[in-house]
Design a protein around this ligand. Structure first.
Ligand SMILES: Nc1ncnc2c1ncn2[C@@H]1O[C@H](COP(=O)(O)OP(=O)(O)OP(=O)(O)O)[C@@H](O)[C@H]1O
Length: 587
């Protein structure tokens, strides 16, 4: 069965939930399973209306009768209507399964939530109990309880619910362990929410999807086990159930072999539908976060022919429009951006949060988030039209000629591998060099980015180094193949202020050494002043001003630039330039 042992991001909004359900139903398996379940459940609910006969009424002349004469599917060994018993049997079978699922999920999920959240002794005790229950042979326990508690299959199913609760417990506990240290949980704690509210609101939300899958599977198991017990003769013979029908049909198999078909089919179809529905939900979850389906109509078209950029221009972006699907069509997040970057030049991309800086950078890298599209415009890199390049061509460019330094260094190193491995493998693949040569170069690069004791860092795992060291490692990896263009997306934001300055100095030195063009995405005009030749100011997905750093600081043309510079001045962050005081600023 699938891996459902991973917490999923919460699916918060009602509209997103609707999209989630819709996308499960657009999967043919999900749709077929849901329809089948709907039919079976509806016929069980409306059994008293749909059943033509009393399911317990015996007609002696209809014993093992063939279909017809008021008995749609024939009569059973006691002369009762198989069709009516099938409908009513569904009711009773579902009731048994429901009891099992409710008890298993309530005990298991509650225990898992609290044990996972609080850990320590509570977790230890809960695990002991769970392991103890799992060690019991379920069938023997059920038979013993049946003897002790009397002939009620529902009591047995309640006991079976307790036996299945460790499955829910383990799943939930593992999921909670995965999410309880997330920042949004810390934020909820800091905001003063009680533990109970955090557990029931935030944590339960993020673990519910795998729990839903588990519920579906357990319901299938409960139906099979209940039918099995009834087939063995347990349960109330006067109550119609699918398992009881199986037993009756089996004892008359040589007289009316077809009678076993109907309860068998009902059980098989229901259990298969539950498992297939669980698989469809799991498949949907594995596709990642909920996405809005892309509208079919594109508002603009990608330009057909590109005028060739000037020879010293390495990157030429023209009228770039990037959009994401929204409920009412496309939502443009980059709205006609044009910029160019010469070889060896450093361009700063500044603007407030959400102004489209990263989306501009990611479209150059060809790494927009799922759903994101370049709707129009063009991106030329050294004469290559990136909009028309295949994914393979882009991958080759990204590895070798266009490098990227991310915002969160730790999140971009794989915790499972040593630093050395993460530097050496890409170098071997991209440059086609031997492991020994790649190792030699990696050590040299680690020394070049001024990491103390490069040998130790080479052998270290990411958690054994600091954030600043991790960023140096990533910079070393980025320049390993002497790229022509380096895109650095707020490379110092996650770092300590003193480390920020060192990393910026390093980037500047490497830029000169490798004569790289650098696109530096930042909020910080101080960084622009220190590191860039030119700067583009973005607001609401557009470039409102682009100029050399000196001219822009000396005479900002746009109100928004002046406002940004004004706020920088208040923070005292600009180290080199001081913007001139405008009338507004004086006021
Ligand atoms: N995956 C996505 N789906 C939909 N919209 C997105 C997605 N990623 C980003 N956006 C939207 O694109 C817009 C621009 O985001 P972008 O990340 O480029 O901002 P930014 O200027 O880099 O901000 P910051 O400095 O905070 O990183 C924002 O309104 C954001 O909500």
């Amino acid at each position: 069965m699938s891996d459902i042992n991973a917490a999923q991001p919460p699916i918060p909004a009602a509209s997103q939930r609707r999209h989630f359900v819709r996308s499960v139903l657009t999967n043919p398996t999900g749709l077929a399973a849901s329809l089948a379940l709907l039919v079976v459940i509806a016929s069980a609910i409306f059994a008293p209306l749909l059943a033509p006969n009393d399911p317990s009424a015996v007609q002696i002349f209809k014993v093992n009768a063939v279909a017809g004469d008021g008995y749609l599917l024939g009569g059973d060994g006691s002369g009762r209507d198989i069709w009516s018993r099938l409908l009513h049997g569904g009711r009773n079978t579902f009731l048994g399964a429901l009891i099992t699922v409710v008890i298993a999920a309530s005990i298991g999920v509650t225990a898992g939530l609290f044990a996972g959240f609080y850990g320590r002794k509570l977790d230890l005790v809960a695990r002991w109990i769970s392991d103890g229950i799992m060690a019991l042979p379920a069938l023997i326990v059920l038979l013993a309880f049946y003897q002790a508690l009397g002939a009620s299959i529902y009591l047995s199913m309640a006991v079976f619910g307790v036996m299945l609760s460790p499955g829910f417990f383990r799943l939930t506990r593992n999921l909670v362990n995965g999410v309880k240290n997330e920042l949004y949980i810390d934020a909820a704690r800091v905001s003063g929410l009680s533990d109970l509210r955090i557990i029931t609101k935030h944590i339960l939300l993020s673990v519910r999807a795998p729990v839903v899958i588990q519920t579906s599977i357990v319901a299938g198991i409960a139906i099979v086990v209940q039918s099995g017990l009834e087939f063995l003769g347990l349960g109330d013979p006067s109550t119609p159930t699918w398992g009881g029908m199986l037993q009756d049909a089996f004892s008359n198999i040589y007289v009316t072999p077809q009678a076993i078909l109907w309860p068998g089919l009902a059980i098989t179809a229901t259990v298969a539908s539950l498992v297939l529905l669980a698989n469809a939900i799991r498949d949907r979850m594995q596709q990642g976060s909920v996405q809005v389906r892309a509208p079919k109509v594109l508002p603009r078209t990608v330009s057909e022919s590109l005028p060739r950029a000037a020879p010293d221009v390495l990157l030429d972006v023209r009228d770039l429009v990037v959009a994401y699907p929204a409920n009412d069509g496309w939502r443009e997040v980059v709205k006609g951006v044009s910029l160019s970057l010469r070889r060896g030049e450093v361009l700063g991309l500044v603007g407030e949060s959400g102004s489209g800086k990263s989306q501009t950078a990611f479209s150059i890298l060809g790494l927009l988030s799922p759903g994101g599209r370049v709707l129009s415009g063009s991106i030329q890199f050294d004469g290559i039209d990136l909009g028309r390049s295949s994914e393979d061509e882009l991958r080759t460019l990204r590895g070798k000629r266009i490098a990227y330094v991310p915002q969160e260094p730790m999140a971009n190193l794989d915790p499972a591998f040593r630093i050395g491995f993460q530097l050496v493998e890409p170098m071997m693949a991209v440059l086609g060099i031997s492991r020994a040569e790649a190792t030699r170069r990696a050590l040299k690069l680690l020394a070049r980015v001024k990491l103390p004791d490069p040998e130790r860092v080479f052998r270290a795992y990411p958690h054994e180094i600091s954030g600043g060291m991790a960023q140096r490692v990533l910079i070393a990896g980025a320049v390993a193949c002497s790229p022509d263009l380096l895109i650095a997306d707020e490379p110092t934001t996650a770092l300590d202020v003193t480390v920020q300055a060192e990393v910026l100095d390093l980037l500047r030195d490497l830029q000169k050494e490798f004569n790289m063009a650098v696109m530096l995405v930042t909020h910080n005009f101080g960084v622009v002043a220190d590191s860039c030749d030119r700067v583009a100011v973005m607001k609401d997905g557009r470039i409102v001003e682009i100029n050399t750093v000196a001219d822009l600081f000396a005479a900002p043309a746009h109100d928004y630039t002046r406002m940004l510079l004004g706020s920088v001045l208040e923070d005292g962050m600009t180290r080199t330039y001081r913007p001139p005081m405008t009338e507004e600023m004086r006021a």
